[in-house]
Design a protein. Structure first.
Length: 483
């Protein structure tokens, strides 16, 4: 009989998304089912999920969840995605809000309560529904309490269930003041440095790491990087290095039902590696949409990104004067920190007609950029995996990336035809500019750039390969939990 696995996550496509986690949770279950694994998913019933017109129904089942000295009734709703069953935890007080975690300026003040309720609610719901999973796969700090509940308060019910934790980003740890510890209802033994205490505070990501049987990150390079310096490990490098024997990296994949230029409904014209004509139509439409004044024959660079320190906007902005001299156009789609919004808007003013910016989160536009650009720039300071480089390959939009984390694992430097993109090592404006110049140089050679596009589009990063690896590690986690 196949494994019975629960996946808990705070976002999932097509229901709610702020970043790549949603893409992963939207696609991985389908690939796991291909491995014969039965998957049940849990996520919060946010306002945007309730309003999204999805086929989601009340089950009539309620679980009571203790939050500090309150008991909150959480209603379970049910839906489906591929073959997987999804349960949505409804608690309007916490989840009927405009955003998932807070605004660009500030996180919601009660996130510790919101995600304690989610984590403990998942545990209560699994018991109430009689699911009996072999393993619970948790993702990021929002689910970091699930493993500690499994191993402490609820250990008798979960003695045969493995705790599996995937870190999608060390930069978000869910750190809260010690005074919130009572919200969790956990035994005080959990508040120590060997457990979830962190410099006098509570750290939910640390909880997930410390209490899980197996921990993964979303690329092999990142799984090594985070054990080295504070820049990568964000203070948990020691904790991670100590657990090196149960820490692994599995590269994310792509959902080609969503990201495929042959079938994409969002783009001006469809195309494939056999016939690239549609790509030129998409480029023309994109230049028009951004109101750029560049010619069709000039190289166009796309950027789609959360506007945070992680993504390399400082070196990008510093390199822009030199990059613009190369005769390129740039289109940016981003949402996030105000300082980067301002920086991008300023660049758009300085290079009017050649540098276009749209601030906001716009899924359809992200597809049009992938299709219409010639190159895709990801100069990340660090990158656990990154997904847009994969999407870019499929759309024949050549990635220019910094060699870090998943970008390093998926993109190889062109070097006279060997690689699938352009890759630079040093985190500096100079290294970035030099690499863009190489890409622009190749662009002049129409035959070579076409050959590179076709090669990129032919590469396969579907989820199957990753699902096989998750399956292996699920089995290892279960043997550890039961051994
Ligand atoms: P991260 O999760 O760190 O943001 P990833 O590359 O893994 O980075 O995933 C980002 C996902 O979010 C991609 O699917 C990307 O297309 C999408 N995305 C990022 N910013 C925006 C935006 N402003 N509008 C639409 N989609 C966006
Ligand atoms: C995180 C990372 C990104 C990764 C995504 C999905 O948000 O920043 O690199 O691709 O999670 O795993």
């Amino acid at each position: 009989m196949g494994l019975n696995v629960v996946i808990a996550a705070s976002e999932m496509l097509p229901f709610a998304k702020t970043g790549g986690l949603a893409d992963v949770i939207g696609a991985l279950p389908g690939a796991l089912e291909g491995e014969g694994i039965e998957v049940t998913i849990f996520m919060p019933l946010y306002r945007e999920v309730a309003a999204g017109g999805f086929d989601i129904n009340a089950t009539g089942i309620t679980v009571n969840v203790a939050i500090g000295n309150r008991v909150i009734a959480v209603e379970l709703y049910k839906g489906r995605h591929d073959k997987a069953v999804i349960y949505y935890l409804r608690c309007d007080e916490y989840f009927d809000r405009s955003y998932l975690y807070g605004t660009d300026e500030a996180a919601y003040f009660d996130n510790i309560e919101r995600f304690t309720l989610f984590s403990r609610g998942v545990i209560e719901a699994i018991m109430r529904l009689g699911i009996n999973p072999d393993l619970i796969h948790c993702n990021d700090w929002q689910t970091g309490l699930i493993p500690v509940y499994m191993k402490t308060l609820y250990s008798s019910a979960f003695s045969n269930t493995a705790a599996f934790f995937t870190i999608h980003n060390m930069a978000y740890q869910g750190v809260f003041p010690a005074s919130s510890f009572d919200v969790t209802g956990l035994p005080y033994s959990a508040f120590n440095p060997e457990a979830l205490e962190y410099w006098g505070q509570i750290n939910l990501l640390k909880s997930g790491i410390v209490y899980s049987d197996i921990v993964t990150t979303v690329s092999e390079s990142y799984s090594r990087e985070i054990q080295t310096t504070e820049d990568f490990g964000r203070g948990l490098e020691g904790v991670l290095a100590e657990r090196n024997d149960r820490l692994f990296g599995i590269l994310n994949g792509v959902d080609y039902d969503i990201w495929n230029p042959q079938t994409d409904k969002h783009i001006a014209a469809n195309y494939s590696n056999k016939d690239l004509k549609g790509k030129a139509v998409c480029k023309k439409a994109l230049i028009k949409e951004y109101g750029l004044k560049i010619r069709q024959g000039e190289p166009l660079i796309g950027i789609i990104s959360r506007l945070t320190d992680q993504k390399g906007f400082d070196i990008m902005a510093e390199g822009m004067p030199a990059v613009m001299k190369l005769g390129v156009g740039v289109v940016v789609l981003g949402s996030g920190e105000r300082k980067y919004q301002d920086l991008m808007t300023k660049l758009a003013k300085t290079y009017k007609g050649r540098f276009g910016v749209k601030i906001g989160f716009d899924n359809a536009l992200s597809h049009r950029i992938e299709a219409g650009a010639d190159f895709f720039l990801m100069p990340s300071r660090f990158e656990p995996c990154g997904l847009n480089q994969f999407y870019s390959l499929k759309y024949g939009t050549i990635p220019i990336v910094r060699a870090t984390g998943g970008l390093d694992d998926s993109i190889s430097d062109y070097k006279g035809g060997k690689g699938n993109g352009f890759k630079f090592k040093r985190y500096s404006a100079k290294a970035l500019t030099r690499k863009v110049a190489e890409a622009v140089e190749l662009f002049k050679d129409k035959k070579a750039i076409k050959a590179l596009r076709i090669k990129a589009m032919t590469e396969d990063y579907s989820w199957k390969r990753s699902a096989v690896r998750y399956h292996e590690l699920y089995k290892l986690a279960i043997s550890k939990a039961q051994g």
